[in-house]
Design a protein around this ligand. Structure first.
Ligand SMILES: NC(=O)c1ccc[n+]([C@@H]2O[C@H](COP(=O)([O-])OP(=O)(O)OC[C@H]3O[C@@H](n4cnc5c(N)ncnc54)[C@H](O)[C@@H]3O)[C@@H](O)[C@H]2O)c1
Length: 390
């Protein structure tokens, strides 16, 4: 691949993520070609990127460039043929395996032979996406977080067929854009979306069981756990439709692993189109002037926080055991991708791995559900008196 800002970037899909990645590339000095098969979307995206760039300029976030300098690098095209001069194409179209595969077959006839093709997919298998390409060795997952200009983390996900040489090229390119990259195995949800699942599913379970109400669970995670947002606030912000679908997809792709089991409560919200902030109603009703108050009993709050944290650490430990990422990348991913106050494995060391095991054992004894089985990684660490970090 070319080096530095000589790299010409093609972005496929001018939606939320595609347009964000396009702005990011242009700020970093690349010529960017943005394609979408919907010309209205393309027009809207162009106007939105102009606004976003002006806004970043007002916050001094354009690396000393003028807004005109950045916008002049961006070309919105309804003709895929322009990708014939790209060195890197990042696909951010609708999350649908067949649609993406059809797109790649067309794309491969146009782009140069050494053009790297990355997908921003959140939940699809990189191996199955790459199977539609004649040359799958040039293909990988490049998973940005929303909004791409702001969020520091990018998960790099090779498939079984990816040429490992391109990983180094992509990593250094992303680092030159100020991003921190982590390397993830091609498994459902990669690192962040997988390990973060219990934050939502365990909170929903606590609510479903009537242990605490929604504001109390959110309060506990913020006040006692130090999280920036509570699980229900976050689900409402992400959108219950999106969040539910991600959980369901990871649950199905992992052959129905009980730890990822979606909640009927959230499904009902989705069915009622109570998607959260964007529709005005989700777990909270955003038309209310005053939201319901939490129960600020610290004993209850600690019980809630400990339970959710133990499940998060269990998931992080299992991800390490199954080689989804290194311990450093797991901790980095959760702090940068979803703003957790600490890396989960570091957190386990701090509170004591035996304490985490005791929490999980108590849940397993109470419910007898596989959902609470303890990761062998944690058991082995505790048996040997080891910590994740020395
Ligand atoms: N939204 C997020 O928070 C987020 C975060 C990380 C990754 N992702 C992933 O990024 C991708 C895009 O998500 P989004 O939220 O930007 O979606 P979006 O719906 O905002 O945008 C998708 C765009 O793709 C276009 N499109 C659909 N089919 C096309 C085709 N065949 N050719 C060209 N363009 C086509 C649509 O017109 C639309 O503009 C998905 O794979 C998603 O899983 C989303």
């Amino acid at each position: 691949m070319e080096k530095g800002n000589k790299i010409r970037v093609g972005i496929m899909g001018a939606g939320t993520m595609g347009n964000g990645i396009a702005v990011l590339s242009a700020i970093n000095g690349h010529d960017v070609i943005v394609f979408d098969n919907n010309t209205q979307v393309l027009e809207k995206a162009k106007n939105e990127s102009i606004k976003a760039i002006e806004n970043l300029h007002s916050k001094n976030k354009l690396q000393n460039k003028s807004p005109q300098e950045v916008t002049s690098k961006m070309y919105y095209e309804s003709d895929l043929g322009m990708f014939g001069i790209c060195n890197l194409v990042i696909e951010a179209i609708v999350e649908d395996l067949t649609i993406k595969q059809v797109c790649y077959s067309e794309l491969e006839q146009i782009v140069p032979e050494d053009c790297i093709i990355g997908s921003n997919t959140s939940s699809l298998s990189i191996a199955s996406l790459s199977s539609s390409l004649k040359n799958p060795s040039r293909f990988l997952g490049i998973h940005f977080f929303n909004p791409p200009v702001v969020m520091k983390l990018v998960e790099i996900v090779p498939s079984l067929l990816t040429d490992i040489k391109i990983l180094t090229d992509i990593k250094s390119l992303l680092q030159s854009w100020g991003k921190t990259t982590v390397l993830a195995k091609d498994t459902p949800g990669f690192i962040v979306n997988r390990i973060a699942r219990p934050f939502y599913t365990e909170a929903l379970r606590i609510f479903d069981e009537g242990i605490a109400d929604i504001p109390t669970i959110d309060w506990a995670m913020k006040e006692i756990g130090g999280f920036k947002m509570g699980p229900f606030e976050l689900m409402d912000l992400i959108g219950n439709d999106v969040n539910y679908k991600v959980t369901e997809s990871i649950f199905e792709q992992s052959y129905f692993e009980p730890r990822f089991k979606p909640s009927i409560t959230q499904k009902r919200l989705v069915e009622a189109k109570m998607f959260g902030k964007k529709t005005g109603r989700g777990f909270y009703d955003y038309s209310l002037e005053n939201q319901p108050k939490p129960n600020t009993d610290r004993k209850l709050g600690t019980k809630i926080f400990n339970r959710i944290l133990a499940q998060l650490i269990n998931e992080a430990s299992d991800s390490l055991l199954f080689g989804i990422a290194t311990k450093e990348d797991i901790d980095l991913a959760m702090t940068l991708g979803v703003n957790y106050p600490k890396g989960l494995l570091k957190w386990a060391d701090e509170i004591g791995i035996s304490n985490v095991i005791n929490q999980l054992q108590a849940l397993f004894d109470e419910y007898g559900e596989d959902r609470y089985r303890i990761s062998p990684m944690l058991k082995r660490m505790a048996d040997r008196g080891w910590k994740f970090y020395n």
